[in-house]
Structures are given as structure tokens and as C-alpha cells.
Ligand binder design. Structure first.
Ligand SMILES: [Zn+2]
Length: 112
């Protein structure tokens, strides 16, 4: 239940941000390097929000593919999260991850 442990802090953060207002929908930005699986996030969501102000809220996912900065190509290139950190175009190793580690709330909508 990796996803459930990822979602718990999100639920707490949204509850704090929204005060006592019941929440209708939450949009999450998730990078592929988090190791989270969209289906598992959606499956864990009802469990994570049960008994909170977010109970019954819709979860929207915004998926971000991992990307690295390659100095040789002078470009950001998307990588497969299961590959080593190297440019898929020229093979140059790089540790400059520019995207893929996101796990953040884009917005949360309260009921009114
Ligand atoms: Zn390259």
C-alpha cells in the first residue's frame, strides 16, 4: 500500500488548507519517478479519504513523465523511470532530473 502512504499526507494538507469546508475535488500532480501507479492511487483514494473532509471527493491525476537535462543535447529529454539516468537520445549519463518527482496538490475544490 505504497500509494496509501503517499496519499495520507496529501489528505492532511488539503484538510488544513480548506479549513472545515468539505472538499469536492482534488487534482494531484504525480511524477513517474515517485513509483506511484495511477490505478493504485485511484484505488487507495477512497480509503485515504474515509472519515475526512475529503470523503466522497473526486481525485484527478495529472501525470508527469520523468525528464532529465542532457548537457550534450542541450535539451530536456523524457526518460523511462526504469532506465538508468542517462539521455535516451545520446546515452550521456546525467543526474539532472528536471521532472518526475512531483507529488503535489494542484488545486482542491470545496463544496459550497
Ligand atoms: Zn543527450
Amino acid at each position: 500500500m505504497h500509494e496509501l502512504s503517499l496519499l495520507k499526507p496529501v489528505v492532511t494538507a488539503v484538510e488544513q488548507a480548506c479549513g472545515a469546508e468539505p472538499v469536492q475535488a482534488v487534482r494531484l500532480r504525480v511524477g513517474s519517478l515517485t513509483g506511484a501507479v495511477p490505478e493504485a492511487l485511484e484505488g487507495s483514494w477512497p480509503i485515504a479519504v474515509a472519515g475526512t473532509l475529503l470523503e466522497g471527493a473526486t481525485l484527478e491525476l495529472e501525470w508527469v513523465n520523468a525528464a532529465v537535462w542532457c548537457t550534450l543535447c542541450a535539451d530536456c529529454v523524457e526518460i523511462d523511470e526504469y532506465f538508468a539516468l542517462a539521455c535516451p537520445a545520446c546515452g550521456t549519463p546525467t543526474g539532472s532530473i528536471v521532472a518526475g518527482r512531483e507529488f503535489e496538490v494542484v488545486w482542491a475544490e470545496t463544496k459550497d
